[in-house]
Design a protein around this ligand. Structure first.
Ligand SMILES: C[S@@+](CC[C@H](N)C(=O)[O-])C[C@H]1O[C@@H](n2cnc3c(N)ncnc32)[C@H](O)[C@@H]1O
Length: 672
């Protein structure tokens, strides 16, 4: 296996194959990791001395001039075990869940860094889990908007992931950034529905197709790649990669960009796919010359010729010369350089290959297309491409299913009449519904539980109570509050107007074509399978007369729009809540002993007592060295006050409030 891998690798890295190969398989010890720190503006001050036993992390300004991209030049093993980097490791562990930093490998950052994103960009990330590029897109949009709270900037990203479990992982990954500019959906990317907004099919400024691939460029961090790698992985993925990219091309706005990428160096997954996209979009797409973007990035030109390797290690030059035993598996023309005399292969040199030894990274491939004309897809006979156009939804598989259905219908028509249906309409319809549900549930991308309910604009009475209790500052907030099933379930989400318009279009099933085919099962009530979007703003109370409570995850964003039942207080005065075991605790009232037990809390308690009928409140904790206060949610009864901090964020919040790595030991914090 290794020989084949090396041989394939060498065939794509030509003259420097040895150096490339050595770098590609370098031990994990040399595996560099990268840190982005943008959204919340936190910067780690590194104290390690240059020239010491470990190189300090340093910004990669050749990659990102803003100084937001840092390299951590030591392995994960050293990072987690070396005492000199203990503080830094602690910072990474706290900073990531708190949304202060993102750890991402450098090569994985190239597609987004190459793209032309601005504050109003509408972005689609077709294959998004686990979400490192989606997070990078969100950071870029936030930075372009000048911060999280510029709601006149209407940029957002729709992040799609087929695998339901991974789509939740993706939602978790982006939620920590406290950005309202995202929606996570779960579809087969090649079948993503086209929504109609303002009577026009909705198109995106930039579409990322970071497609599923063999991953052979990641072998330095995925040692197990050898165990499962075979040359046929690439050929089996090639049709799906083409289908996903073509659907992305269709959904790209005229003048917009489609960015295709893989973490593989195999041309079957790269240049072969790019060539097919150019061919099948009939001049609608052009490859962009990106040589002036990220000038410090060493990249190689795309290949113009290549061969295809079989699982037995034989090379095949073209579909026409494919030997008989390999016909079928390896003879698809889309695997090879196009033979169409009209096709100028030299354009493929605009593709970019990043080789491991150039910058001590993983291997990567990226190509940027510009959509220059609307196009009809041309799909050669014999491909297994599924529906990709907006209006044509026939696939060979769907066609077969349609033929079977037609045959069944014909047989039923010829059969004797069936007995009359039972008269109990209710029973019949509930059975039918249950059956329909079971059928639907067997689909891998089904919706379950609360996901059965679509997001809808929130009924005004629930919202009115929340607005009144919290004194929501609508003028600066704008946007729309949504909830699944219009507020029947627990979370109220806030989102931007543009995303709310897409949700409306989805609910109205305002979609071009007929997206439900044999291969695409949509939830009966939904056009878009929305996993999550926007800011989780409030939880719906059990009792309608109670005010909605802020959601923990959304509070860092929503805090500044609340003007009632809010107390501003210096952060160090809250230490008593964190200074008791590992869990945020209630501080017991009454107040007659408060002044002696917790004098620093008198101000907080007085402020709460002065509130109009308080139950739930928010503390805006200030620090002299932070521009933004840290919002923390609290509950009040006549006997106690409690600050609520979700367990998994407690250490990060404590560190943010008190500026110390959190420890359950009662260490007195310094006043700031
Ligand atoms: C290379 S990974 C994407 C990595 C991601 N862009 C990031 O930067 O974190 C490819 C993803 O595509 C998903 N996938 C596979 N087939 C898909 C399809 N037909 N439609 C959408 N996603 C698909 C896989 O589950 C996987 O999560």
């Amino acid at each position: 296996m290794k020989d084949k891998f090396v041989s394939l690798f060498e065939s794509t890295s030509s003259d420097e194959s040895r150096a490339a190969w050595a770098a590609a398989q370098a031990a994990d010890d040399a595996n560099p990791r990268f840190v982005v720190s943008r959204t919340n503006g936190d910067k780690y001050r590194v104290t390690l001395a240059p020239g010491g036993p470990l190189d300090p992390p340093h910004p990669l300004e050749w990659f990102d001039a803003s100084g937001a991209v840092w390299k951590v030049p030591c392995s994960r093993r050293v990072l987690s075990s070396h005492t000199l980097v203990k503080d830094f490791h602690e910072y990474l562990k706290l900073g990531e869940p708190a949304g202060l930093i993102t750890r991402q490998e450098l090569v994985s950052m190239i597609p987004v860094a190459m793209a032309r994103l601005n504050a109003d960009s509408h972005v689609l990330d077709l294959c998004a889990a686990p979400g490192s590029k989606t997070a990078q897109i969100l950071d870029t949009l936030t930075e372009a908007a000048g911060g999280l709270h510029n709601h006149s900037a209407q940029g957002f990203v729709i992040a799609n992931e087929l695998n339901r479990q991974r789509s939740h992982m993706l939602a978790h990954q982006v939620r920590r950034l406290s950005s309202p500019r995202y929606m996570v959906v779960s579809h087969a990317a090649q079948h993503l529905p086209t929504l109609v907004v303002n009577d026009e099919p909705f198109r995106f400024d930039t579409v990322f197709a970071d497609v599923p691939c063999s991953g052979d460029g990641t072998m330095r961090k995925n040692k197990e790649i050898f165990a499962s790698w075979t040359p046929s992985t690439a050929v089996s993925l090639n049709p799906l990669q083409i289908a996903i990219a073509l659907r992305g091309a269709k959904l790209t706005k005229l003048g917009g960009d489609l960015v295709y990428s893989t973490c593989s160096l195999n041309p079957v997954e790269n240049e072969a796919v790019v060539a097919q996209i150019l061919l099948r979009t009939n001049g609608g797409l052009e490859l962009v010359d990106c040589s002036d973007r990220i000038p410090g990035l060493v990249r190689r030109k795309g290949l113009t010729t290549w061969r295809v390797m079989t699982n037995t290690g034989e090379w095949i030059d073209s579909a026409d010369t494919c030997p008989q035993p390999y016909q079928g598996t390896y003879s698809e023309p889309s695997f090879f350089p196009p033979t169409d005399p009209e096709f100028d292969a030299s354009v493929l040199t605009r593709c970019m290959r990043v080789l491991p030894h150039d910058r001590d990274t993983g291997g990567f491939f990226v190509a940027v297309f510009r959509k220059v004309a609307e196009f009809s897809l041309s799909i050669p006979d014999g491909t297994i491409l599924a529906e990709l156009d907006d209006t044509t939804f026939t696939t060979p598989r769907a066609a077969r299913a349609a033929a079977r259905a037609a045959a069944r219908a014909a047989a039923a028509a010829a059969a004797p009449p069936s007995p009359p249906p039972p008269t109990d309409d209710a029973a019949t319809s509930s059975k039918a519904k249950a059956k329909a549900k079971t059928k639907f549930s067997s689909h891998p991308s089904e919706l379950t539980g609360d996901f059965d309910l679509p997001f809808e604009r929130l009924a005004s009475d629930t919202l009115d109570t929340a607005r009144a209790y919290w004194g929501i500052n609508d003028e600066s907030l704008g946007g729309a509050f949504l909830a699944r099933g219009s507020g029947a379930t627990s979370v109220i989400t806030w989102t931007l107007d543009t995303m709310a318009a897409l949700v409306d279009a989805s609910n109205a099933r305002s979609i071009v074509g007929q997206p439900e085919t044999d291969t695409v099962k949509l939830h009966p009530s939904l056009a878009l399978n929305i996993i999550n979007l926007g800011i989780p703003a409030f939880t719906v109370p059990y009792k309608p007369e109670q005010p909605a409570r802020p959601c923990f995850d959304g509070l860092p964003f929503m805090g500044r729009y609340l003007s009632r039942h809010v107390v501003t207080i210096e952060a160090h005065k809250l230490f008593a809540f964190f200074n008791m075991e590992a869990i945020t605790k209630s501080v017991t009232l009454p107040t007659d002993t408060l002044a002696s037990d917790h004098p620093e809390l008198v101000e907080l308690v007085d402020a709460i007592n002065a509130m109009d009928n308080p139950s739930s409140f928010v503390v805006l904790a200030t620090r002299a060295d932070r521009a933004e206060p840290i919002p923390v949610q609290g509950f009040f009864t006549t006997k106690s006050i409690t600050l609520y901090v979700a367990k998994q964020r407690r250490a990060a919040i404590a560190a943010a409030l008190f500026g110390i790595p959190y420890s359950p030991d009662p260490v007195a914090p310094k006043s700031n």
